[in-house]
Design a protein around this ligand. Structure first.
Ligand SMILES: NC(=O)c1ccc[n+]([C@@H]2O[C@H](COP(=O)([O-])OP(=O)(O)OC[C@H]3O[C@@H](n4cnc5c(N)ncnc54)[C@H](OP(=O)(O)O)[C@@H]3O)[C@@H](O)[C@H]2O)c1
Length: 279
């Protein structure tokens, strides 16, 4: 076993989700102790079962229910981790996602001037909500968990971006804007924290089928790509969706001392999606 995270304490938000639950296992595999955060107690219990079923000592997992927008809950979780393990070394800001009302029904406005279901009807409250979840929901945990790292003079923060940042992905206006903000914040914070020795990077996953988006990408039978999924696959040179396990190499590298001089970057894990012009 690679032991790059022996004696390291890793915090993962969104730890009960499709991608980040796999990250929890990936960190445990390399020796870490993990503070796993999510909102649903049931999902946290299921994560504990999965960790134990995979043969890891559940003493190396601390699950706490906390909304990433709730400073007091985050601080309580941090204090529990520090009183149990004495330190925080890594924060992965995994919690995030889309909010239905912050999208448009139509991909583009109609040529005939039909504006129904377009940007002009987008719900501003939903837009605010998706920005809060993805942007504030990374900034606030970073204030809470990276402070002890900055005081200790070492550590690393990993944000989770998306393919929706550089080129427009139709419909998901608010999600795209909030993830673009995260990439900018990644660079800003990397510079700001550099003197403390704390590194700040991001991964940008391409398209991964998780339980939450399976029905959108694979239709009701869970197997046949929807028309939108066909477009995604046509834009992905590998011609397939990613598997959550395929993120782990990039995540663990960026969070390990192997990346000791790497800060302020966003690493795409996308089967070539971001490189491809489509032609
Ligand atoms: N799947 C993809 O293809 C893909 C591609 C690019 C980027 N991403 C990004 O990767 C990250 C993980 O995605 P995923 O597909 O694994 O998502 P997911 O399966 O929907 O999981 C989302 C996680 O976030 C947590 N969460 C949501 N709102 C929260 C809040 N307010 N406070 C605390 N936790 C909250 C959920 O916990 P509860 O259910 O307990 O609330 C859950 O653990 C997200 O940032 C997403 O935007 C995903």
């Amino acid at each position: 076993m690679n032991d790059r995270f022996n004696d390291k304490v890793v915090v993962v938000t969104g730890a009960t989700g499709g991608l980040c639950s796999e990250m929890v296992l990936g960190f445990l595999r390399e020796g870490a102790k993990v503070l796993a955060l999510g909102r649903s107690e049931d999902k946290l219990a299921a994560l504990t079962e999965r960790v134990s079923g995979a043969g890891y000592d559940v003493e190396r997992l601390l699950c706490c229910s906390a909304d990433v927008l709730d400073r007091a809950a985050l601080e309580a979780a941090r204090d529990q981790a520090i009183s149990r393990w004495g330190r925080i070394d890594v924060l992965v800001n995994g919690a995030g996602g889309n909010v239905a009302g912050a999208t448009t029904q139509q991909e583009m406005v109609g040529k005939d001037g039909d504006l129904s279901g377009t940007f002009f009807e987008m719900d501003m409250e939903a837009l605010d909500g998706v920005v809060k979840l993805n942007f504030d929901g990374s900034v606030l945990p970073t204030q809470v968990f990276a402070e002890p790292m900055a005081k200790a003079g070492q550590g690393c923060v990993l944000n989770v971006s998306s393919m929706a940042t550089d080129r427009a992905i139709t419909k998901v206006a608010g999600y795209s804007a909030s993830k673009a903000a995260i990439e900018n914040f990644t660079r800003w914070l990397a510079v700001h924290l550099a003197p403390s020795g704390v590194r700040v990077n991001a991964v940008s996953p391409g398209f991964f089928v998780t339980e939450q988006n399976r029905f959108l990408l694979m239709g009701e039978d869970g197997k046949s790509p929807t028309p939108r999924a066909e477009k995604i696959l046509a834009g992905t040179p590998f011609g397939r969706f990613g598997d959550a396990a395929e993120l782990i190499g990039a995540v663990n590298y960026l969070c390990s001392d192997d990346a000791g001089f790497v800060t302020g970057v966003t690493l795409a894990v996308d089967g070539g999606f971001s490189a491809y012009s489509g032609v």
